[in-house]
Ligand binder design. Structure first.
Ligand code: ADP
Length: 442
């Protein structure tokens, strides 16, 4: 198209819109193209007396889809800067690219706009059809174009208004949401604060309760220690007196009297062993029991226990087997306390096993020892395996044969020696108590 006189600006504008419509640009884009075109056309007409306008559809490339390109070749040279600043409308914003080539005698302005992906492809056939349509449709008068332009302006204004209304609605919604979020936040903060206060109160209560518990436990230990200590002297006296009465140098007793004195003596002996156990436990609990650490030879300990406990294995149906510990069998520990732990376990084994054997053996670990006392006795039900370590707990049916303090004391001693005491047992088949100790206890 040739742009030479004022009237041509309208024609170029109109044609621009028609081409934009024909290649598939949307309504808004058609107006943008037409506006950009008429702005540049008006400037070039005033500045250099006109231009030649060409509509092109360059082949689509890989990185960029189909575009509508419009070249305006001016009738003279116009510096690019001047052209850009001379526009009343920022034309660059109306199109996707605006390029000014002012190197030659005639400046070329190139603008382009992307064609949306859904549009019909611009092959030769289609271009031919578009050309024919445009040729058949002669451009209208400037008045027609003005009327159309007005119409477009009104539509654009309407659209702007609708958008503004939508924006206002969105803003309202946003404000509403913000208020909701703030309210929720406030509520959550309050709940959190409330929970925190609760937790703090709970901790305070917990602290108080553990202080009370500690005080109660100390009181119990003190009570046990005092009572057992006070009981020891009179019970020992009863034992001594009973022995004196039955002594051969004393006056002879009737058979019935002897029987009764013997009853007094065995009862006093039982009482003394209970009192002694209580005293030991109270000492261990109060933390007053300090191991005296030394090199201990396990073979010596095992040998002594073998000697002293053999006397207890009175039943012909139960054998006491104490295996020789593997060499070298030294461990840093407290010999007296360690012997006491093992003695309690062996004693229990012999006490509760009716037939079979009670066996003690030692296994060396990487940095410690495992001392194992197993028996073929009645075993201990799974659900009670923890309870028998509690003070005074005895399995039903075994009440008359001890104090219920031995295991609890043994476990305390094992812990005191830096180790542990654990039990595995299959009811009906026997029990295995395992004392695990570090090689260097103290
Ligand atoms: P005591 O032997 O003086 O009753 P303990 O604390 O040594 O107290 O043991 C608690 C209870 O655990 C015993 O009364 C007994 O019921 C059970 N028990 C302990 N050792 C064995 C064992 N080797 N086999 C079966 N039961 C056992």
């Amino acid at each position: 198209m040739a742009l030479r006189v004022e009237h041509d600006i309208f024609v170029v504008r109109q044609r621009g819109r028609e081409v934009a419509l024909a290649v598939g640009l949307e309504n808004q884009d058609q107006i943008r193209i037409a506006t950009a075109l008429s702005e540049v056309a008006r400037y070039l007409l005033g500045r250099v007396g006109g231009a030649d306008v060409t509509f092109l559809a360059p082949p689509a490339t890989a990185g960029c889809g189909p575009v509508l390109r419009i070249d305006l070749t001016a009738l003279g040279a116009v510096p690019a800067d001047e052209l850009r600043h001379g526009q009343s409308v920022p034309v660059g914003r109306l199109v996707d690219s605006l390029d000014v080539d002012d190197r030659g005698a005639a400046t070329v302005v190139r603008m382009s706009r992307r064609i949306p992906p859904g549009a019909e492809p611009l092959d030769n056939d289609r271009l031919r059809r578009i050309r024919a349509d445009l040729a058949a449709n002669s451009p209208g008068t400037p008045l027609d174009e003005l009327a159309l332009q007005n119409q477009q302006l009104i539509t654009a204004l309407d659209e702007v208004r609708t958008q503004r209304d939508e924006l206002a609605v969105l803003n309202d919604e946003l404000a509403e949401t913000n208020r909701g979020v703030m309210a929720l936040y406030g509520q959550l903060s309050e709940e959190l604060e409330e929970t925190n206060r609760g937790v703090v109160a709970l901790y305070a209560e917990l602290d108080e309760k553990s202080a009370q518990l500690r005080a109660a436990s100390e009181a119990k230990s003190r009570f046990l220690a005092n009572v057992s200590h006070e009981l020891r002297a009179p019970v020992t006296a009863i034992l001594g007196l009973a022995r004196l009465i039955t002594d051969s140098g004393s006056d002879p007793l009737t058979e019935e009297q002897s029987r009764q004195v013997e009853l007094i003596r065995t009862s006093a002996a039982d009482l003394l062993s209970l009192v002694n156990d209580l005293l030991d436990l109270a000492k261990a609990e109060s933390g007053r029991l300090e191991p005296s650490w030394d090199e201990v030879d396990l073979r010596v300990v095992f040998g002594q226990l073998r000697g002293t406990l053999r006397a207890l294995a009175t039943s012909a149906k139960v054998e006491l087997v104490v295996e020789e510990p593997p060499q070298p069998a030294t461990i840093r520990s407290d010999e007296v306390l360690l012997s006491q732990v093992l003695r309690n376990l062996l004693h229990n084994g012999l006490k509760f096993t009716e037939s079979g054997e009670v066996r003690m053996r030692a296994e060396r670990l990487a940095d410690g020892w495992r001392l194992i006392v197993s028996d073929t006795g009645p075993g201990i039900p799974h659900e009670l395996q923890n309870r028998i370590f509690e003070e005074f707990y005895q399995l039903p049916g075994t009440r008359s044969r001890g104090t219920g303090l031995g295991l609890s004391y043994a476990r305390r001693l094992a812990t005191l020696l830096g180790g542990s005491l654990e039990l595995t047992s299959e009811p009906g088949r026997g029990s295995t108590f395992v004392v695990t100790l570090p090689t260097h206890g103290g």
